[in-house]
Design a protein. Structure first.
Length: 379
């Protein structure tokens, strides 16, 4: 490998530096302590993998004390990112001993790396070091770890996405409180990690079928630049997240797919629910949830959820927010409320998050609240 400093090395160094700083900050921050510890460790793991490449490209691998520096972090990234998502979206999450098995591949990999490193530590001759390391199948083990890393990415991205999907379903069908996080940005992380997995699969395939690594390294350089970008993105997005503090509301009881409410019962529930929305204006309660509506109307959560999904063709969260948006529009069109700001009107109509209000309003009307208000004045 080359021993001179290049643009590639600079990009790796930027990613490593930013990742290490952000990783340490995430480990010591008091925001989202349970989840941020997993993300901080994941970032440090990403950085340690990039450092291995930097050792090679800068010629540091030829320094006896650095050669075979113990690093088996490839197989730990998937579990750490999965538990980051798990602990972030589940308020009852606690790391238990039964979860340790997820990290057994990393424990074995890191133990092997330490074994090789200390087996050759006192040997100054690089050739002799290589002979001893190869007697322990060092290259074969590292190739196996690359394949295990690919499998790990596929497995843990799938598990993490399922966790997020369950949370989003619960949120949409149970809660109207707009301060509850929807974690949309987590999807970007899943996409980036999935692309990383595809990139890794392509590179491993090129090396296996065409033995490309014997003559070219550009495909791995491109992979590692993308790797550095992921470090930067994870650190930036993860650290800037606010402190999430919410209590999980009871979900509607699960039911078989074939379960449904009779037409007569469905009509009764629709009538009672519409009355509660239009006359009692229950949507003005910013923390309204399905459990509260169920108790207020004397209708089981399961039946209420089914009717909302099938008769209104939307989930509970969207239904309540639609009524809130209509109330905002009525007030914006009423001169009696000209003395109030748009945000003030939104807060009166059941919204309790400015960012969510603006996003939902634009989604429903195709324009921002200010644009809508300006259009009303013009007409």
């Amino acid at each position: 490998m080359k021993g001179s400093f290049s643009l590639f090395d600079l990009l790796l160094l930027i990613g490593i530096s930013q990742g290490l700083i952000t990783g340490i900050l995430l480990l010591v921050t008091k925001k989202n302590t349970r989840s941020n510890r997993f993300l901080g460790l994941a970032l440090i793991g990403f950085c340690s993998i990039s450092m291995k490449t930097l050792f090679l490209t800068l010629g540091l691998w030829n320094i006896p004390i650095i050669r075979y520096f113990p690093n088996g972090a490839e197989v730990v990234l998937g579990p750490l990112l999965y538990f980051y998502v798990y602990s972030l979206i589940d308020v009852k999450f606690e790391f238990k001993w039964k979860f340790v098995w997820h990290f057994i591949p990393f424990i074995l990999s890191q133990s092997y790396a330490f074994f090789v490193y200390f087996s050759v530590f006192d040997i100054p001759d690089l050739g002799q070091k290589d002979l001893i390391a190869n007697s322990f199948w060092f290259n074969e083990v590292k190739d196996t770890e690359d394949h295990l890393a690919l499998i790990s990415i596929v497995v843990y991205v799938t598990l993490g996405y399922k966790k997020l999907k369950v949370y989003r379903k619960w949120l949409n069908n149970t809660v109207s409180d707009n301060t509850f996080p929807d974690f949309n940005w987590l999807r970007n992380i899943f996409i980036l990690i999935s692309v990383l997995g595809v990139f890794l699969l392509i590179n491993l395939s090129l090396d296996f079928f065409f033995n490309l690594k014997e003559t070219y390294y550009f495909h791995w350089e491109a992979y590692l630049v993308f790797f550095a970008f992921i470090i930067y993105y994870l650190g930036f997005v993860g650290y800037k997240q606010p402190h999430f503090q919410f209590e999980k509301v009871e979900s509607p009881p699960t039911q078989p797919k074939a379960s449904k409410v009779s037409n007569e019962r469905n009509g009764e529930i629709v009538k009672v629910l519409v009355k509660a929305l239009q006359e009692d204006r229950i949507f003005l309660n910013p923390t309204l949830n399905l459990q509260q509506v169920s108790r207020l109307l004397g209708i089981p959560q399961r039946d209420l959820s089914l009717v909302i999904n099938h008769s209104f063709k939307k989930n509970f969260r969207d239904l309540i927010n639609d009524y809130r948006i209509e109330e905002v529009k009525l007030k914006l069109n009423n001169s009696e409320f000209d003395h109030m700001s748009i945000l003030g009107i939104a807060l009166e109509c059941g919204f309790n998050s400015e960012a969510s209000f603006y996003r939902i309003f634009k989604k429903n009307t195709g324009m921002s609240p200010k644009e809508y208000a300006h259009k009303l004045k013009e007409s």
